[in-house]
Design a protein around this ligand. Structure first.
Ligand code: HEC
Length: 412
């Protein structure tokens, strides 16, 4: 029952999370587009009011005329539209999902029993939960300090971007070494998403409040507040596509049950950011197809690294190659009945119409392996997840290397 309630909350929170993210990212993309599309106002009257750029648009059967002021209009209206709830809702619902999905079952979602780092492989569930929270917090602290030190007056943007890029490679590397594959992708995305929301919460919105307060008091706002808001929202823009890519990547186990998962992740991040760069430039009238071509090339390279032909083999499959003798001793291909016997022993506690494993009220991803027919239907997937070591999750049911070899040698 309680796992059913968890499933229902998961379902609804995911809905909220996706909607809030769509609204937030949509608005953020819109404003970057607006900013980059501004043209010098045609009317002298607008220019003399201090309008520095304008954009005319037609949408939903109406005509819109946006104007941006270089500093501030002579008088600020009281009903100024602010954007922050979408960002906060996205983060809060995402964090809540992380709590009920990962932190409620850290033993098999967070802990990486195959980690080459002993301390990480031996973490208890609670330790893993704390390390995951520190990881998110640490990501923000390092990013924020880097911005403050490298670019105290919003200069040296290029150097700062380079620093952020290197930081993301380090985050990807650490996350796959500390956490289970799926969580590693999610947490790397969450480090970026946390920085995005924290940028809004700690810098962009407070800066705008100070600006509005100064203007209302008839004083000149501190230009650094405006510049910083702009700098952080530019970072946010480049984070959007990679974050969404990392968040959905956790449905594709080939990406993370791989020795080079951190390289795949880094390539996906850079690929996403380069594709975003194309659109940012496009809105200011520049077409630089080199960016998306390079971006797509990096993403294809990530898929090549993750492909079964190029992969150097994962932790589990490389160790099982030593025991190939066992499988060949009975003359080659493993019959379905033998494979199914292994499923019954190692998999059906979770993958059954009615799982006996606490924490599951339905078979994960709808994959039930109660009968031989069902096992046969999922052959390709089973071979892939068993070879990569992704299943059984956290090797909770202690599948042996010999059993993995049996599955690898499954006949027709
Ligand atoms: C402790 C519970 C548990 C055990 C034991 C377990 N699984 Fe899973 N399995 C899961 C969960 C949870 C998911 C969904 C993970 C996800 O969304 O990526 C899953 C996903 C899968 C998938 C789909 C993967 C994908 O992303 O396409 C396959 C195939 C699979 N399991 C096969 C197996 C096999 C074969 C075994 C036994 C060797 C096994 N599982 C043992 C919990 C378990």
């Amino acid at each position: 029952m309680s796992s059913y309630l968890l499933d229902v909350s998961n379902f609804m929170l995911r809905w909220l999370h996706v909607i809030a993210a769509v609204a937030w990212i949509g608005e953020s993309i819109y404003f970057v587009m607006l900013d980059n599309s501004l043209k010098t106002p045609k009317a002298e009257e607008d220019r003399s009011k201090g309008v520095f750029g304008e954009m005319w648009a037609v949408h939903g059967g109406g005509f819109y005329h946006n104007q941006k002021y270089a500093t501030a209009p002579a008088k600020l209206p009281d009903d100024l539209h602010w954007s922050f709830w979408k960002a906060y809702t996205t983060w809060l619902s995402g964090f809540a999902l992380f709590v009920i999905l990962y932190m409620a079952n850290p033993g098999f979602y967070l802990v990486n029993p195959n980690s080459p780092w002993q301390w990480a492989a031996n973490m208890t569930g609670w330790q893993a939960n704390i390390v995951a929270l520190l990881f998110l917090l640490g990501g923000w602290v390092v990013y924020n300090e880097m911005c403050k030190r490298v670019s105290p007056n919003m200069e040296r943007d290029g150097l700062l971007s380079m620093g952020v890029a290197i930081m993301m490679v380090v985050v990807a590397y650490l996350s796959v070494h500390i956490f289970a594959g799926r969580a590693a992708f999610l947490l790397t995305g969450a480090v970026m998403a946390t920085a995005m929301s924290a940028n809004v919460f700690f810098w962009i919105i407070p800066g705008q409040r100070r600006m509005v307060k100064a203007m209302k008091a008839g004083e000149a706002p501190n230009p650094l507040d405006g510049k910083r808001g702009k700098q952080r929202s530019v970072h946010n823009t480049y984070f959007t596509l990679p974050v969404v890519l990392l968040m959905i990547s956790n449905h594709y186990s080939f990406a993370y049950s791989n020795d080079w998962a951190w390289v795949i992740m880094a390539l996906l991040i850079f690929g996403g950011a380069l594709i975003r760069q194309y659109f940012v430039l496009m809105h200011s009238g520049q077409h630089k197809p080199g960016y998306p071509i390079l971006g797509v090339a990096l993403i294809l390279l990530a898929f090549a690294v993750g492909s079964p032909w190029l992969a150097s083999g994962s932790v589990a499959s490389s160790s099982s190659s030593d025991s190939s003798v066992v499988a060949s001793s009975d003359g080659g291909a493993t019959p379905l009945a033998r494979v199914h016997a292994v499923m019954e022993e190692r998999c059906v506690s979770c993958h059954a119409a009615q799982p006996s494993h606490p924490g599951f009220s339905a078979p994960p991803l709808g994959i039930a392996l109660d009968t031989e027919t069902q096992t046969q239907q999922h052959k390709a997937q089973i071979q892939q997840v068993v070879a990569s070591g992704y299943m059984p999750l956290g090797n909770l049911t202690q599948m042996t290397d010999d059993e993995r070899t049996l599955i690898a040698n499954w006949g027709e």
